[in-house]
Design a binder for this molecule. Structure first.
Ligand code: GDP
Length: 140
């Protein structure tokens, strides 16, 4: 299996409830390494840009409002098959559909307030990592 990098966000519902460590324990327990990390307050423009692909969806306004409601933690994760592995560790978008032991099953509140984001492809991982990190901020 190839070593990959993927992009992760710990979302406002999780930073607000002080469970970033609990979430990262699941990530590290799955064998993924956190090789870059920062806690930031997203601007409206950043949130709209990051989720531009969803701009026509009915929940877009709600999603942007939620993502700027509290700080987030943005991270780069590295490991074998990291993109697919992190999607597995996150669980389904709607926590009601997520498997036991996944971050969303254990911690998410709803389909909107679902605690984490993870890139859905290697190509998007590269784009999303570049959106938030300079090369010199990533220490593998
Ligand atoms: P993901 O890749 O599993 O995060 O899911 P998507 O790419 O389909 O959606 C992106 C994000 O939009 C989700 O993680 C949710 O935070 C949010 N979202 C998706 N569907 C809904 C919805 O029906 N209502 C609300 N409020 N938010 C949603």
């Amino acid at each position: 299996m190839a070593t990959q990098r993927t992009f992760s966000i710990i979302k406002p519902d999780a930073t607000k409830r002080n469970i970033t460590g609990a979430i990262n324990a699941i990530i590290e327990g799955a064998g993924l390494r956190i090789i870059a990390q920062k806690r930031i307050q997203l601007t409206q423009a950043q949130a709209e840009g990051f989720y531009a692909v969803h701009s026509e969806r009915p929940f877009f306004g709600e999603l942007v409002e939620f993502m700027i409601s509290e700080p987030v933690v943005v991270q780069v994760l590295e490991g074998d098959d990291a993109v697919a592995k992190y999607r597995e560790v996150m669980g389904a978008t709607n926590p009601a559909d997520a498997d036991a032991g996944t971050i969303r099953k254990e911690h998410a509140l709803s389909i909107g307030e679902n605690s984490v984001h993870g890139s859905d492809s290697l190509e998007n991982a590269e784009i999303e990592i570049k959106f938030f990190f300079n090369d010199d901020e990533i220490v593998g």
